[in-house]
Design a protein around this ligand. Sequence first.
Ligand code: ZN
Ligand code: ZN
Length: 229
Amino acid sequence: MSWNNTVTCSYCRERGHNRRGCSDLKEEVERRRARGGDDDWFVAQYDERVAVAKARRAQRTCSFCQGEGHDRRKCADLTARIADMHRKNLLFRSAFLNYVHELGLGPGTILGYRRWTDGDQIGVVPYMVKNIDWKVVNWHTRRDYGSKPLITSLMSNLTESWHLPLPLLEGCLLRDVYRATFLTKSLTVLSPSGGTVTPPTGWLQADKVKYKKALKPYTKWDYDGGHAF
Ligand SMILES: [Zn+2]
Ligand SMILES: [Zn+2]
Protein backbone atom coordinates (compact mmCIF):
# COMPACT_ATOMS: atom_id res chain seq x y z
CA MET A 1 0.00 0.00 0.00
CA SER A 2 1.25 3.48 -0.85
CA TRP A 3 1.33 5.98 2.03
CA ASN A 4 1.02 8.83 -0.45
CA ASN A 5 -2.28 7.50 -1.65
CA THR A 6 -5.12 9.47 -0.03
CA VAL A 7 -8.02 7.32 -1.30
CA THR A 8 -9.99 5.83 1.56
CA CYS A 9 -12.23 2.80 1.12
CA SER A 10 -15.85 3.54 2.08
CA TYR A 11 -16.36 -0.12 3.05
CA CYS A 12 -13.37 -1.08 5.20
CA ARG A 13 -12.04 2.46 5.88
CA GLU A 14 -8.55 1.48 4.87
CA ARG A 15 -6.46 3.85 2.80
CA GLY A 16 -4.99 3.10 -0.60
CA HIS A 17 -7.95 1.59 -2.43
CA ASN A 18 -11.61 2.40 -3.02
CA ARG A 19 -14.77 0.34 -2.56
CA ARG A 20 -14.56 -1.05 -6.11
CA GLY A 21 -11.14 -2.52 -5.39
CA CYS A 22 -11.85 -3.70 -1.85
CA SER A 23 -10.93 -7.34 -1.27
CA ASP A 24 -12.72 -7.37 2.12
CA LEU A 25 -15.96 -6.39 0.41
CA LYS A 26 -15.54 -9.00 -2.32
CA GLU A 27 -14.91 -11.71 0.27
CA GLU A 28 -17.99 -10.68 2.25
CA VAL A 29 -20.15 -10.73 -0.90
CA GLU A 30 -18.95 -14.19 -1.90
CA ARG A 31 -19.42 -15.49 1.66
CA ARG A 32 -23.04 -14.26 1.67
CA ARG A 33 -23.65 -15.51 -1.87
CA ALA A 34 -22.50 -19.01 -0.89
CA ARG A 35 -24.92 -18.96 2.02
CA GLY A 36 -27.97 -17.02 0.79
CA GLY A 37 -27.58 -16.93 -3.01
CA ASP A 38 -27.95 -13.90 -5.31
CA ASP A 39 -31.13 -12.76 -3.51
CA ASP A 40 -29.32 -11.76 -0.33
CA TRP A 41 -29.90 -7.99 -0.12
CA PHE A 42 -26.20 -7.25 0.31
CA VAL A 43 -25.24 -9.43 -2.66
CA ALA A 44 -28.02 -7.98 -4.85
CA GLN A 45 -26.95 -4.43 -4.04
CA TYR A 46 -23.35 -5.25 -4.89
CA ASP A 47 -24.28 -6.93 -8.20
CA GLU A 48 -26.45 -3.95 -9.10
CA ARG A 49 -23.58 -1.51 -8.56
CA VAL A 50 -21.23 -3.63 -10.67
CA ALA A 51 -23.81 -3.84 -13.47
CA VAL A 52 -24.36 -0.05 -13.46
CA ALA A 53 -20.62 0.63 -13.65
CA LYS A 54 -20.27 -1.84 -16.51
CA ALA A 55 -23.18 -0.28 -18.44
CA ARG A 56 -21.64 3.18 -17.95
CA ARG A 57 -18.36 1.97 -19.41
CA ALA A 58 -20.15 0.44 -22.39
CA GLN A 59 -22.00 3.70 -23.09
CA ARG A 60 -18.83 5.74 -23.08
CA THR A 61 -18.08 7.30 -26.46
CA CYS A 62 -14.53 7.77 -27.70
CA SER A 63 -13.80 11.36 -28.67
CA PHE A 64 -11.33 10.25 -31.32
CA CYS A 65 -13.30 7.61 -33.26
CA GLN A 66 -16.83 8.03 -31.83
CA GLY A 67 -16.76 4.31 -31.04
CA GLU A 68 -18.51 3.06 -27.92
CA GLY A 69 -17.16 1.19 -24.93
CA HIS A 70 -13.76 2.84 -24.73
CA ASP A 71 -12.14 6.27 -24.52
CA ARG A 72 -9.11 7.83 -26.22
CA ARG A 73 -6.72 6.10 -23.85
CA LYS A 74 -7.73 2.71 -25.19
CA CYS A 75 -8.54 3.65 -28.78
CA ALA A 76 -6.98 1.33 -31.36
CA ASP A 77 -7.66 3.90 -34.09
CA LEU A 78 -5.69 6.50 -32.14
CA THR A 79 -2.79 4.08 -31.62
CA ALA A 80 -2.71 3.44 -35.37
CA ARG A 81 -2.61 7.19 -36.15
CA ILE A 82 0.22 7.69 -33.65
CA ALA A 83 2.19 4.97 -35.44
CA ASP A 84 1.45 6.71 -38.75
CA MET A 85 2.68 10.07 -37.39
CA HIS A 86 5.84 8.47 -36.11
CA ARG A 87 6.51 6.83 -39.49
CA LYS A 88 5.97 10.16 -41.29
CA ASN A 89 8.15 12.01 -38.82
CA LEU A 90 11.02 9.55 -39.32
CA LEU A 91 10.98 10.28 -43.05
CA PHE A 92 10.55 13.99 -42.49
CA ARG A 93 13.42 14.33 -40.06
CA SER A 94 15.72 12.32 -42.28
CA ALA A 95 14.78 14.53 -45.28
CA PHE A 96 15.37 17.62 -43.14
CA LEU A 97 18.84 16.45 -42.14
CA ASN A 98 19.76 15.70 -45.77
CA TYR A 99 18.54 19.13 -46.75
CA VAL A 100 20.55 20.88 -44.05
CA HIS A 101 23.64 18.99 -45.23
CA GLU A 102 22.91 19.89 -48.83
CA LEU A 103 22.70 23.58 -47.91
CA GLY A 104 25.89 23.40 -45.86
CA LEU A 105 24.00 24.75 -42.86
CA GLY A 106 25.50 24.61 -39.41
CA PRO A 107 27.04 26.77 -36.72
CA GLY A 108 28.99 29.50 -38.50
CA THR A 109 27.07 29.51 -41.79
CA ILE A 110 26.49 33.05 -43.07
CA LEU A 111 23.05 33.69 -44.51
CA GLY A 112 21.79 36.66 -46.46
CA TYR A 113 18.27 37.70 -45.52
CA ARG A 114 16.55 39.91 -48.06
CA ARG A 115 14.31 42.15 -45.98
CA TRP A 116 13.45 45.67 -45.00
CA THR A 117 16.47 47.28 -43.41
CA ASP A 118 16.64 49.98 -40.76
CA GLY A 119 17.14 52.48 -43.55
CA ASP A 120 13.63 51.67 -44.85
CA GLN A 121 14.95 49.96 -47.96
CA ILE A 122 15.01 46.36 -49.16
CA GLY A 123 18.48 44.99 -48.70
CA VAL A 124 20.38 41.79 -47.93
CA VAL A 125 21.19 41.60 -44.22
CA PRO A 126 23.83 39.07 -43.10
CA TYR A 127 23.01 36.63 -40.30
CA MET A 128 25.14 33.93 -38.75
CA VAL A 129 23.70 30.51 -37.88
CA LYS A 130 24.35 29.55 -34.26
CA ASN A 131 22.44 26.33 -34.05
CA ILE A 132 19.44 24.35 -35.21
CA ASP A 133 16.38 24.11 -32.97
CA TRP A 134 16.01 20.38 -33.57
CA LYS A 135 12.94 19.90 -31.40
CA VAL A 136 10.71 22.11 -33.57
CA VAL A 137 11.42 20.00 -36.63
CA ASN A 138 8.48 17.63 -36.92
CA TRP A 139 6.23 16.41 -39.68
CA HIS A 140 3.16 17.51 -37.72
CA THR A 141 4.47 21.02 -37.01
CA ARG A 142 5.94 21.63 -40.46
CA ARG A 143 3.21 24.14 -41.26
CA ASP A 144 3.22 25.95 -37.91
CA TYR A 145 4.23 29.55 -38.40
CA GLY A 146 6.17 29.53 -35.13
CA SER A 147 8.33 26.52 -35.99
CA LYS A 148 11.37 28.23 -37.46
CA PRO A 149 14.32 25.85 -37.09
CA LEU A 150 17.34 28.15 -37.40
CA ILE A 151 18.77 29.94 -34.38
CA THR A 152 20.77 32.85 -35.75
CA SER A 153 22.23 36.22 -34.89
CA LEU A 154 22.63 39.39 -36.88
CA MET A 155 26.29 39.70 -37.93
CA SER A 156 26.11 43.22 -36.53
CA ASN A 157 24.92 41.98 -33.12
CA LEU A 158 26.01 38.47 -32.19
CA THR A 159 24.55 38.57 -28.68
CA GLU A 160 20.87 38.51 -29.64
CA SER A 161 19.24 35.44 -31.17
CA TRP A 162 16.63 35.27 -33.89
CA HIS A 163 14.74 32.27 -35.17
CA LEU A 164 14.76 32.14 -38.94
CA PRO A 165 13.27 29.85 -41.57
CA LEU A 166 15.45 27.91 -44.02
CA PRO A 167 16.62 29.01 -47.47
CA LEU A 168 14.59 27.37 -50.22
CA LEU A 169 16.34 25.43 -52.97
CA GLU A 170 14.38 24.58 -56.09
CA GLY A 171 13.27 20.96 -56.23
CA CYS A 172 13.49 20.64 -52.46
CA LEU A 173 11.78 17.55 -51.05
CA LEU A 174 10.66 19.42 -47.97
CA ARG A 175 8.61 21.78 -50.07
CA ASP A 176 7.50 19.46 -52.86
CA VAL A 177 6.56 16.46 -50.73
CA TYR A 178 5.88 17.87 -47.27
CA ARG A 179 4.82 21.49 -47.98
CA ALA A 180 6.83 22.66 -45.02
CA THR A 181 6.31 26.36 -44.38
CA PHE A 182 9.72 27.13 -42.86
CA LEU A 183 11.33 27.62 -46.28
CA THR A 184 11.80 30.98 -47.88
CA LYS A 185 13.27 32.44 -51.07
CA SER A 186 14.27 35.52 -49.05
CA LEU A 187 17.20 33.63 -47.51
CA THR A 188 20.37 32.57 -49.31
CA VAL A 189 23.56 30.93 -48.14
CA LEU A 190 26.40 33.45 -48.47
CA SER A 191 29.01 31.19 -46.92
CA PRO A 192 28.51 27.55 -45.83
CA SER A 193 29.82 26.36 -42.49
CA GLY A 194 32.17 23.78 -43.92
CA GLY A 195 31.32 21.27 -41.21
CA THR A 196 28.54 18.72 -41.02
CA VAL A 197 25.88 19.16 -38.34
CA THR A 198 24.81 16.22 -36.24
CA PRO A 199 21.42 16.14 -34.50
CA PRO A 200 21.15 15.15 -30.84
CA THR A 201 21.12 11.45 -29.96
CA GLY A 202 17.74 9.89 -30.67
CA TRP A 203 16.50 12.77 -32.81
CA LEU A 204 16.46 10.73 -36.04
CA GLN A 205 14.53 7.92 -34.29
CA ALA A 206 11.82 10.48 -33.43
CA ASP A 207 10.25 8.20 -30.85
CA LYS A 208 10.26 10.63 -27.89
CA VAL A 209 7.98 13.09 -29.68
CA LYS A 210 4.60 13.76 -28.03
CA TYR A 211 2.39 12.58 -30.88
CA LYS A 212 -0.57 11.80 -28.64
CA LYS A 213 -0.55 15.29 -27.18
CA ALA A 214 -0.41 16.80 -30.67
CA LEU A 215 -3.45 14.72 -31.65
CA LYS A 216 -5.47 15.77 -28.62
CA PRO A 217 -7.67 18.43 -30.26
CA TYR A 218 -8.45 16.21 -33.25
CA THR A 219 -10.67 13.33 -34.29
CA LYS A 220 -9.90 10.44 -36.58
CA TRP A 221 -11.64 12.28 -39.42
CA ASP A 222 -9.57 15.43 -38.95
CA TYR A 223 -6.43 13.31 -39.18
CA ASP A 224 -7.48 11.12 -42.11
CA GLY A 225 -8.81 14.09 -44.06
CA GLY A 226 -5.52 15.99 -43.65
CA HIS A 227 -7.20 18.70 -41.56
CA ALA A 228 -5.14 18.11 -38.44
CA PHE A 229 -1.60 18.50 -39.75
ZN1 ZN B 1 -11.67 -1.70 1.53
ZN1 ZN C 1 -11.79 5.24 -30.25
